[in-house]
Ligand binder design. Structure first.
Ligand code: ADP
Length: 184
């Protein structure tokens, strides 16, 4: 099963991904986590993308898609993945469809976590993970990029009838219950 967790920065995608992994044992594919690990390990990729992440911009589409293609080649993804932070542009969404089609697979569910902007900012500022992009300016940039580049991805999936809107306000368990309700 392939699931896309969709929503603006701070919507709780990572948290819900963790809950889904625990319950359904589907591997997590977070492009943000991959980029942060590369930066931490000072790999070639990390050096290339560090300033982009710090500024809240988007890493170039083809680079991101190639990275996901490489990742999806691992056998652990043979029965599916939870995509978190990807796709972030319509190009990425189209590329993902092609990658999955090669494996005779497809996106089964898109869960769109809905959280008002004020709450997103509050959550990001209070998560205190010390991420270098979690500054007022970084958040502002990421929300702007989200509205411009990423929001159209939702329309792309809506047209395919794959989207379930999830109220992203409540306890972690409540929100998970809303998602899991579609998976039985
Ligand atoms: P959040 O959703 O909290 O902003 P992520 O961990 O998903 O955080 O992403 C952090 C940063 O990594 C983004 O602001 C962006 O710079 C980069 N990034 C992550 N995923 C992608 C992607 N699919 N395409 C381009 N850039 C990405």
């Amino acid at each position: 099963m392939n699931i896309v967790l969709f929503g603006p920065p701070g919507a709780g995608k990572g948290t819900q991904a963790d809950m889904l992994i625990q319950k359904y044992h589907i591997p997590h594919l977070s492009t943000g986590n991959i980029f942060r690990a590369a930066i931490k390990n000072e790999t070639e990729l990390g050096l290339k993308v560090k300033s982009i992440l710090d500024e809240g911009g988007l890493v170039e589409d083809q680079l991101t898609v190639d990275l996901v293609a490489e990742e999806l080649a691992f056998a652990r993804y043979n029965s599916g993945a939870i995509f978190d932070g990807f796709p972030r542009t319509v190009f990425q969404a189209e590329s993902l469809d092609k990658l999955l089609a090669k494996k005779d697979a497809r996106i089964d569910f898109v869960f769109s976590l809905e959280v008002p902007k004020e709450e997103l900012i509050r959550r990001i500022l209070s998560r205190g993970q010390g991420r270098t992009d979690d500054t007022e300016e970084g958040i502002h940039n990421r929300l702007e990029v989200y509205n411009k580049e990423t929001a159209p991805v939702l329309a792309y999936y809506k047209e395919k009838g794959l989207v379930h809107d999830i109220d992203g306000i409540g306890t972690v368990e409540e929100i998970f219950g809303r998602i899991a309700g579609f998976l039985h």
